[in-house]
Ligand binder design. Structure first.
Ligand SMILES: [Cu+2]
Length: 159
């Protein structure tokens, strides 16, 4: 019993050391809001939002931080990700709901400082009535799958 606990502690310590050295090997990111470079979101998101990579590479393995600036009325249909998605609201109001069906009556509205997590594989949807800017932390590589594949905007835009 004692050995098991001790081994577990050693494993956690080893993981922490590995994590710290992995972070230390990367270039530090210290960025003012005015220096954030906004662009169009990847085509798997409905058009109309602005998107910025704050840190990391969404296509690579590792921690990633991105921001989304969404106009009033923007919505993302039910979808899920292979890793946890951590959302912090920076501006406006952002509504997040869990489930297979887009349903505003079952969504929770978050204001600046509000935080939500959609665990890996959890079906969720989102919208903003007034417009919102959110920051998302996730483990890359980033991927999104729509519950209803017909909702995938990248497929809608395909010839
Ligand atoms: Cu999501």
């Amino acid at each position: 019993m004692f050995l098991n606990v001790r081994n577990a502690v050693l494993i956690v310590a080893a993981m922490l050391i590995a994590h710290v050295s992995a972070v230390a090997a990367d270039t530090a990111v210290v960025r003012s809001a005015k220096d954030v470079k906004w662009g169009a979101p990847p085509p798997v998101f409905p058009p109309g939002a602005k998107f910025a990579v704050i840190a990391g590479d969404p296509a690579a393995t590792g921690l990633v931080t991105v921001r989304f600036e969404m106009p009033a009325g923007y919505m993302i249909p039910p979808h899920f990700h292979p890793t946890d998605e951590h959302i912090t609201v920076l501006k406006g109001s952002f509504s997040l709901g869990m489930g297979d069906v887009f349903d505003k009556t079952h969504a929770q509205t978050l204001l600046p400082g509000g935080y939500g997590v959609a665990m890996a594989g959890m079906h969720h949807y989102a919208y903003t009535t007034s417009g919102a800017t959110i920051q998302v932390h996730l483990q890359g590589p980033f991927a999104i799958a729509y519950v209803n594949p017909a909702d995938d905007p990248s497929k809608k835009r395909a010839p």
